[in-house]
Design a protein around this ligand. Structure first.
Ligand code: C2E
Ligand code: MG
Ligand code: MG
Length: 640
């Protein structure tokens, strides 16, 4: 029987290209990558042995020694290949430390491997695995190899199902694909033994793993050569799941985004490059033990594993020292704010989600100090826990109808009565108590829950308006807040008009508040939404005037009826310069035919001052805090 070597040759070429491409793409770091490379390499050796053995068979070699060497070589290396595959799967879940301690699993993995190895090594004496004299033939013990493979297949499938949460779907599929492809290749080879397709099958699966599971572009950031956010998230999730203790040195460059916006991409890249260099140096000094990540927008992470935790503190300190050195870029003396936090996980940050929430913006929560900070210093514990669990808190609040709408009265100076109110979101969580709407809204904007919350608030307000008492109380409309993301929802206008139509609420009974920042970032969708709502008769207010980025041009393009002067204006009305600003601001807005609401009025004195400036409406604790509907109704009644 002449053996067809084409498949083995094709496999050799494929595996070699795979190896070269991995080295060229610098995919040689990290446990999984190294494991995969070893696996590919050992496959290459197996193919070469297979080619050698088949060639000897084809030429009818009489050298028994050479035949034994070649065939034993192939089978022994192939025995390693199967074990390596199992270890590769284990490395995907990063659970080797657990296996090490589990005698049963060690036995399940080790016994078949050692049995087959022993049988192969002693084969020249026993001749039970295969025979070579008079042509290669399987011996009676050869099925041991099938048995070993069967045990490994069962193990791998069970293991992957057990740890499926630790693997991304693509990785999971690619790693599992190795099994059916391998089995098909074995079957073909058994049916047509002259075709050596088995190693070709292996090569195909490895290419699949390489393409689907190990895309370097997804793991390694091209600017920094550090691993990306995705890899960080996956690795840290695994660490928490596997209860591995790690120390994370978190570096957020506080003013990176500003520098990027002001100085441009190239300049920001220089800063990034310099920072990368310094992180590498620091890591080198501590023995190169940390895994390095670049998440985005000037956020870096060094992760020290269990056995290297002692190095983390020192590394964090060296990092601060290094980054605080004076640095010149293009002769510009740039002061960076390297916020460095050392987080011991899971002692200080108890779950994965919290870690990610914390890392996102801890630098915005504290004043900059050139030293290593600890988690507890940066975050008020309660708030921190709320932030870490905010998505669940919101989902539960929606599910169990925990959200409430409070009303804060708005007083008309001209009519000398309350003509309106602002609807404000409230949540009293059973575990965490009162949670500020600002935290809720920011988180809900990120998760997308803001739309459901927004719909809920509007429905509540509509119900209030149609309940009968509303008009008899002398109320004309209710102000409802819209966040930036809400304004950008494609069908926002239809949604709002739909809810109002359902409740038969006339459009003049609702006023929508958008913040100055939102208005300045006007996107086309938002402008269309607001125009459409306005055409339908809904009036719009500009909220928090004076605090956001004013883009006057954009602001005046929007169909705004009311401007709400922010509380910060009010708080400074003692300052003579502020008085000038206020006087002229009010005059300017009046000239533009805008109505003015002053927010945050707490004293009679403040009220008098703004009344004198001819502002139209007053809102603030002076009259009432935001209160639940029944109290609000009683309050208004007590005034009429
Ligand atoms: P905002 O729209 O500017 O609401 C005014 C905030 O000022 C309210 O805070 C109110 O309680 C507070 N306030 C009113 N008068 C006084 C005063 O005299 N003194 C002081 N110190 N504070 C006063 P609150 O309820 O905590 O809301 C904060 C922000 O959360 C709101 O600012 C608004 O941007 C957002 N928000 C609240 N409810 C909703 C909602 O239903 N949807 C959306 N998208 N955002 C909401
Ligand atoms: Mg408001
Ligand atoms: Mg406001």
């Amino acid at each position: 029987m002449e053996i067809n070597l084409s498949f083995d040759i094709a496999a050799t070429i494929m595996i070699t290209i795979l190896l070269i491409s991995w080295v060229m793409r610098k995919m040689t770091g990290g446990t999984t990558n190294r494991m995969f490379l070893r696996f590919v390499f050992i496959n290459l050796i197996a193919v070469l042995f297979d080619i050698w053995a088949a060639t000897l068979d084809n030429v009818g070699s009489q050298s028994i020694t050479a035949l034994y060497f070649a065939h034993s070589g192939f089978l022994i290396v192939y025995n390693f290949v199967t074990l390596m595959y199992v270890l590769f799967v284990v490395s995907l879940t990063d659970t080797w430390h657990k296996i090490k301690k589990n005698f049963f699993i060690l036995f399940v993995l080790g016994a078949p491997f050692l049995t087959v190895l022993a049988a192969l090594v002693t084969n020249p004496l026993t001749k039970k695995m295969f025979l070579v004299s008079g042509g290669y033939r399987h011996g009676e013990w050869f099925p041991l190899i099938y048995a070993q493979i069967a045990v490994y297949i069962v193990f791998v499938i069970a293991y992957m199902i057990y740890y499926r949460e630790l693997m991304e779907l693509a990785r999971f599929c690619a790693a599992v694909a190795y099994i059916p492809i391998g089995v098909i290749a074995w079957l073909i080879q058994m049916a047509a033994p002259e075709n050596h397709v088995q190693m070709f099958g292996s090569a195909v699966s490895m290419v699949l793993v390489s393409i689907a599971a190990q895309k370097p572009e997804e793991i390694v950031d091209s600017d920094t050569q550090f691993m990306k956010y995705r890899a960080y998230a996956a690795d840290m999730k695994r660490n928490y799941y596997n209860k591995k203790n790690v120390d994370v040195v978190m570096l957020n460059l506080g003013n990176f985004s500003v520098i990027n916006a002001l100085m441009g991409y190239d300049f920001a890249m220089q800063i990034l490059g310099d920072t990368v260099k310094r992180i590498r140096q620091v890591n080198m000094i501590s023995g190169g033990r940390a895994d390095l990540y670049y998440l985005d927008r000037g956020r870096f992470r060094m992760v020290f594993h269990e056995k290297d935790r002692a190095l983390a503190e020192e590394a964090a300190e060296s990092l601060v020292a290094s980054l605080m050195e004076k640095r010149d870029f293009n002769d510009l003396d740039i002061t960076l704010q390297p916020f460095v936090v050392l987080a011991r996980c899971p002692e200080e940050i108890k779950d994965f989600k919290m870690l990610m929430t914390f890392g996102m913006d801890f630098h915005e929560k504290v004043k900059f100090e050139a030293r290593v900070m600890h988690v507890n210093e940066v975050f008020h514990k309660g708030l921190f826990e709320i932030q870490g669990n905010i998505d669940e808190i919101i989902e539960e609040a929606l599910e169990f109808k925990r959200f409430q709408v409070y009303y804060q009265p708005i007083y008309s100076i001209e009519k000398k009565k309350f003509i309106s109110a602002e609807a404000l979101l409230r949540l009293f969580d059973p575990t965490y108590g009162f949670i500020s709407p600002e935290i809720l809204v920011t988180a809900a904007e990120r998760s997308g829950a803001i739309h459901r919350i927004g719909d809920y608030v509007l429905e509540e307000v509509c119900r209030f308006i149609t309940e009968g008492e509303f008009h008899s109380l002398g109320l004309e409309y209710i102000e409802v807040n819209l966040s930036v993301t809400q304004c950008m929802r494609v069908n926002l206008a239809d949604k709002i008009l739909g809810i109002m139509a359902k409740h038969r609420v006339p459009t003049e009974c609702i006023n929508l508040e958008i913040t100055e920042t939102a208005a300045s970032h006007t996107q086309e969708v938002m402008a269309e939404n607001l125009q459409k709502l306005n055409r339908a008769g809904i009036s719009l207010s500009l909220d928090d005037y004076g605090t956001g980025y004013s883009n006057i041009k954009r602001v005046i393009q929007l169909p705004l009826k009311i401007v709400k002067l922010d509380k910060t204006f009010v708080d400074e009305q003692d300052n003579p310069k502020m008085r000038v600003v206020l006087k002229n601001t009010v005059a300017m807005l009046k000239d533009m035919d805008m109505e003015i609401v002053v927010e945050g009025i707490e004293t009679q004195e403040m009220l008098d001052f703004f009344a004198e400036l001819q502002c139209d409406f007053i809102q603030g604790y002076f009259f009432s805090k935001p209160v639940p509907k029944p109290e609000f109704v009683s309050f208004i009644k007590s005034y009429t």
